[in-house]
Design a binder for this molecule. Structure first.
Ligand SMILES: [Zn+2]
Length: 447
């Protein structure tokens, strides 16, 4: 559909949903140029208001404040906020009723995949979803992508027919085309290429691993997406590595943009054209709690507060990701929205060795990058902690690898993990994807 028609349609839908996306976007367009201090004040005022509201109308937080011997007015600084315990996924699940405010308001019920596969439901009032959508669209505009422009995505899809029809309607209304993450055979990918030439999307959206897989297919077949003149390929949900970024950019012939967020709180950071991962502090309050992990650099646990969710306040939510605090204080783009450093993965990706060391699975990525520079190539890998606690590293080596080189890799990995037998290294033909279509670097079968 024509982009102007799509935008008008979207406006009508937002009006009907009572979701003020456009008003929020107008505000964010202006506030992105505010000085740091002014932005910080807006965020802090919003946070204080939310804490008051949570204490007065939400049983869970009343108890939480009382338990810590605190009143909302005791929280006068960022340090004071640390006295309030973090909120875990399990706590949200176990307190789904106690977390709801007694003040009634229209909400969206958003299911998100729980760690054990069962969904976690977070209710968000329309102002909360509007701000996070607006933060996303503001990011799109940094790349000249306007609401209503055509999107192509490689994504998971519902396994039942009813779910798929619902998705098809939503895709139509949102002016986008979807290619199933479960259909990645060379024939299917070629068909997708033909479809794209006709559909002519303005930008791409997908999990880093899927965009990378498609980019690799295009390069191997001497194809690229130059004829489309894409404005950006937006990568989401998974850690985007430098290798993936380069390959995607080469095949898609456009900038690769990192989006970071979660269903529970919406957008947490969006990359600008100068490469800064900006936090939309008008919408969220983000903390990085330092952790010491081998192979993890200066990582910390990501803790997020949604500043506008008044129906089910999500305060100091530990989402289970690891990221670095940014070392840059200013971005070249001129925006003073704060920055977040590398987002390196999940806290659940941490492995414990027998001698008690903590190692992040990202270490394999760096190890294999180093080996690639030495001419030894690993296409993919996955670490599995089996039910009996045994660690297995599955690797898909390239075709021309020698037995001696595989032996060397095994030795290097074993050395990291504390000698022979600490981890089994197994060569496999391919790594299967999870049900959602996501590619997992680490699977813990004990969960
Ligand atoms: Zn920037």
């Amino acid at each position: 559909m024509n982009k102007n028609t799509a935008k008008t349609l979207y406006k009508t839908i937002q009006l009907y949903r009572n979701e003020p996306v456009f008003a929020c976007l107008d505000e964010l367009e202006k506030s992105q140029w505010y000085p740091k201090e002014k932005l910080g004040n807006i965020q802090w005022e919003r946070l204080k208001k939310l804490l008051e509201h949570a204490y007065n109308t939400v049983p869970f937080y009343k108890q939480r404040f009382d338990g810590a011997g605190l009143k909302p007015e005791d929280i006068k600084s960022k340090n004071d906020l640390l006295k309030l315990p973090v909120l875990t996924k399990k706590q949200i699940k176990d307190n789904s009723e106690a977390l709801i405010s007694s003040q009634k308001m229209k909400t969206d019920r958003l299911p998100t995949a729980g760690s054990s596969g069962d969904p976690l439901i977070v209710r968000r009032n329309m102002l909360s979803t509007a701000y996070s959508r607006a933060a996303k669209y503001r990011g799109h505009r940094w790349f000249d992508i306007e609401i209503g422009e055509k999107e192509a995505r490689i994504w998971g899809e519902s396994l039942d027919k009813r779910g798929r029809s619902k998705e098809a309607i939503k895709d139509f209304l949102m002016n986008r085309t979807r290619w199933s993450a479960y259909n990645l055979t060379p024939t299917a990918l070629r068909a997708f290429y033909e479809k794209l030439l006709k559909y002519r999307p303005a930008y791409f959206y997908g999990y880093a691993s899927l965009l990378y897989e498609y980019a690799s297919y295009l390069i191997e077949n001497s194809l690229d997406l130059k004829p489309l003149g894409l404005k950006a390929a937006i990568s989401t949900s998974e850690t985007l590595t430098e290798k993936q970024r380069k390959t995607i950019s080469k095949a898609f012939c456009c900038p690769v943009v990192n989006e970071y967020g979660c269903t529970e709180t919406g957008i947490i950071a969006f990359e600008c054209p100068s490469g800064g991962m900006h936090i939309p502090i008008e919408a969220v309050y983000v903390e990085i709690i330092p952790e010491t992990i081998e192979g993890g650099g200066k990582m910390g646990r990501v803790v997020v507060t949604d500043l506008h969710n008044y129906s089910m306040p999500i305060i100091r939510y530990e989402i289970g990701d690891l990221a670095e605090s940014s070392t840059e204080s200013r971005c070249k783009c001129g925006r003073e929205l704060p920055l977040i450093g590398n987002i390196t993965g999940r806290t659940s990706d941490i492995l414990y060795t027998k001698d008690g060391r903590k190692i992040h699975t990202i270490i394999f990525y760096y190890l294999f990058c180093n080996l690639e520079m030495e001419g030894i190539k690993i296409e993919k890998y996955q670490v599995i902690r089996e039910k009996n606690g045994r660690l297995v590293l599955n690797i898909v080596p390239s075709n021309d690898i020698t037995a001696a080189q595989i032996g060397l890799i095994k030795k290097m990995v074993e050395d990291i993990f504390g000698g022979s037998g600490a981890i089994d290294v197994v060569c496999v033909k391919y790594i299967p994807r999870a049900g959602s279509g996501k590619c997992k670097d680490f699977i813990d079968e004990r969960k």
